[in-house]
Design a protein around this ligand. Structure first.
Ligand code: SF4
Ligand code: SF4
Length: 467
């Protein structure tokens, strides 16, 4: 791994995080302050607070967000989804996808710079710790190039110990979303062998977090993240991006040079960039929209008593001095698709009952028959998705005077978030048997309201064979 003793000049034709010989170039962005940096800090710490708090906040007796892998239930702000409701994930995933398309077409990489966990934790937690232990960017570069001695070993050791501890903490916080905080606490007090799968996951996930935040860093955005690579397809000339006003800034020159533009080529915008690029070279895939260069340049402009905004949030059209159009065909299409998805999801959620049901034929022979009867046997699983226990009843949609039906009609109790598998047996005497027929089994609550229904098929030998 090669360290950067100085900040080098970014080159559009090569990756900023890779040296010419292929080794890693460690980027040490300089500190920056300003209105966007402050706003980003506030939003990042608020997001971290939400991430840490969600498993602790109880709604309806369960954590606000709890993917209960043991019971195969997903509790989400008071709503409970069973595994049978998995189809709703389609709306969730497509909704998130279209939401991201929409936001990107309108606001560029606002997600990356302001809300992506990678940026939030790297810039506002890990780099802060690094800054605290090793000093500012210049001190960090010096430390990189200093010989291994007690000072470097101590600082590096302390930093990596802190990174490891933090990665372990974040992995445990993540696990709490799946096993709940009390569940996690119980597991932590037991021997690792008792819950070896969870232990292994937390261990491996901590390792991944440590590797990513301690070393891999901006390469995740540049090399791995597919969202960054999709940018050129998702944005257009009217999307808001962070850009350099070339008309105003060029030709670069000294502050006193009256023939020069506003850019004094101080390189501050490059020094603060966490991906090491020069935004003056135009919009680049590596730009995560963090706005650090805006604050850096605004500070320079303030000192020069020039207008802010040489680097700013604007569309490419706006930067070229033309008007930005917000209402564009792709925005109308994305809005329509998002609205359509939201309406379908709202209807689907309304239709989600407090109980669900699955029914299947008992494994083995599809039916039993002898000289006296034809018998079909089904299993019906009823899941109570509410947090309160309730009485239920199974009913068939039609009277079957020719048959004896067992398992239907009598009420049964299921605990909150519990389930019960009930056998339903239908027997038709051979002399009354006239062939197979269809019916519907439904689960009703104690008020008689149908909560869900499933089709059943009674089958037997063909009438000819039966006779
Ligand atoms: S910070 Fe502003 S003035 Fe300095 S090099 Fe960047 S664009 Fe030019
Ligand atoms: S170019 Fe500016 S906005 Fe883009 S990543 Fe670098 S500092 Fe952040």
């Amino acid at each position: 791994m090669s360290s950067n003793v100085t900040n080098r000049k970014p080159n559009r034709d090569s990756l900023t995080a890779v040296n010419d010989d292929g080794s890693r170039f460690i980027i040490h962005p300089s500190d920056v302050s300003g209105r966007f940096t402050l706003a980003r800090k506030v939003s990042a710490y608020a997001l971290i607070l939400v991430y840490a708090a969600l498993p602790w906040v109880q709604i309806g007796g369960y954590p606000a967000v709890f993917l209960d892998t043991n019971a195969m239930r997903f509790h989400f702000f008071g709503m409970t989804f069973a595994s049978q409701d998995l189809w709703l994930a389609f709306f969730l995933i497509t909704g998130l996808g279209f939401g991201l398309f929409y936001v990107t077409a309108l606001l560029g990489r606002i997600w990356c710079g302001w809300a992506c966990p990678q940026t939030v934790f790297l810039e506002h937690v890990y780099r802060r710790i690094e800054r605290f232990i090793e000093g500012d960017a210049i001190a960090r570069r010096k430390l990189d190039s200093s010989p291994w001695g007690p000072r470097r070993i101590w600082k590096r050791g302390l930093k990596h110990a802190a990174f490891l501890g933090l990665s372990l903490l974040l992995a445990h916080m993540f696990m709490a979303y799946f096993v709940s905080v009390p569940g996690l606490w119980d597991m932590m007090r037991e021997a690792p062998a008792e819950n070896w799968k969870v232990f292994l996951f937390v261990f491996a996930f901590s390792g991944v977090l440590y590797f990513n935040f301690a070393w891999f860093r901006e390469q995740l955005c540049i090399v791995i993240c597919p969202y960054g690579r999709l940018q050129s397809a998702l944005i257009d000339e009217h999307s808001m991006v962070i850009g350099y006003d070339e008309k105003r800034g060029e030709p670069r020159g000294k502050a006193k040079d009256e023939a020069a533009g506003d850019c004094i080529d101080c390189n501050r915008c490059v020094q603060v960039c966490p991906t090491g690029i020069d935004i003056r070279q135009g919009l680049q895939m590596e730009c995560i929209g963090c706005s650090a260069c805006i604050d850096a340049c605004d500070t320079v402009m303030d000192k020069l008593k020039r207008d802010r905004g040489l680097i700013r949030y604007d569309s490419m059209e706006g930067l070229a001095g033309r008007k930005t159009r917000y209402l564009r065909p792709r925005m109308i299409l994305y809005t329509a698709l998002l609205l359509l998805g939201a309406v379908v999801l709202a209807f689907s959620l309304q239709g989600l009952g407090s109980a669900s049901m699955t029914a299947w034929r008992t494994p083995g022979a599809p039916y039993f028959t002898n000289n006296e009867l034809v018998r079909n046997q089904f299993m019906v699983r009823v899941t109570n998705k509410s947090n309160e226990g309730s009485f239920y009843r199974l009913e068939l949609d039609k009277q079957l005077p020719e048959a004896r039906v067992m398992g239907v009609g009598e009420p049964f109790f299921i605990d909150g978030n519990g389930e019960l598998v009930k056998p339903v047996v239908i027997v038709v005497d051979r002399d009354r048997y006239t062939g197979g027929f269809s019916m519907t089994v439904r689960v009703v609550d104690d008020q008689g309201k149908t909560l869900m229904q499933r089709p059943l098929e009674f089958i037997g030998p063909t009438k000819k064979l039966a006779n």
